[in-house]
Design a protein around this ligand. Structure first.
Ligand code: DC
Length: 222
């Protein structure tokens, strides 16, 4: 089985790009951030002192790709709730949590050809990935995408309000990137052998095409 690793900072479009790339090449998409969010969600429910080892986490292949269940339940929008978003970077610093998530990711990597996105996929989880992409975009562009995704860059807002919202979101993303980059274990960092794609000026189709081009280069030896 092979792995294509797509790492990079928050809101660079990793999951959207990885999902589309996987569909194009017939591989399976796995978002590692989703697992960190799921553990965070479970810890918020069970108390920060709870042992995540007690959690029943499963990844099963369904019609739409890999489906996550936590204690038999498939979490949905809860994984993007403000509570989970606020707590996940902290949860992801826990060695026990990283170990747990890493084991699930590697198990999936033994069963499927994966396009796996995250922060440390090419550096720590799958250092032997057949292709490593480091996907970035400048913070203001990432903030714009995040606000559009959350539908809060509303038509009713004035230019000043929109600018304020963008600045606040960019600051929040930069703070999260800093936390992800500075943590002791598996920090967000570009693997030496990763190809970097800055997609600030690219839309989703163009970002997908840029990754597919790298895949062709890698496999066709161009
Ligand atoms: O990609 P995302 O926004 O869903 O990730 C959520 C959080 O999980 C993010 O703050 C960093 C953490 N994460 C990580 O530490 N390592 C990964 N491989 C993926 C995500």
């Amino acid at each position: 089985m092979g792995v294509i690793a797509i790492d990079g900072p928050a809101a660079a479009g990793k999951s959207s790009v990885a999902r589309r790339v996987a569909a194009e090449i017939g591989w399976t998409h796995l978002s590692s951030g989703m697992l960190y969010r799921a553990v965070t969600w479970w810890l918020l429910k069970h108390g920060a002192g709870a042992d995540p080892g007690q959690m029943e986490l499963h990844l099963n292949l369904g019609p739409g790709g890999l489906e996550l269940t936590v204690d038999g339940v498939r979490p949905g929008p809860e994984l993007s709730s403000p509570e989970v978003v606020a707590a996940v970077a902290e949860t992801a610093t826990s060695p026990a949590v990283r170990d747990l998530v890493g084991r699930h990711l590697r198990e999936a990597g033994r069963k499927f050809n994966l396009v796996c996105d995250g922060r440390d996929i090419g550096t720590t989880v799958f250092p032997d990935a057949v292709l490593k992409v480091f996907l970035t975009a400048d913070p203001r562009e990432r903030a714009r995408r995040r606000l559009i995704q959350a539908d809060t860059l509303g038509g009713g807002a004035s230019p000043v309000e929109r600018d304020q919202a963008l600045r606040a979101q960019a600051a929040e993303l930069e703070a999260r990137d800093r936390r992800d980059s500075l943590r002791a274990i598996s920090p967000l960092t570009r693997a030496e052998d990763a190809v970097e794609i800055d997609n600030s000026g690219l839309n989703l189709d163009e970002s997908v095409a840029a990754v597919l081009e790298k895949i062709e280069d890698r496999f066709l030896g161009a």
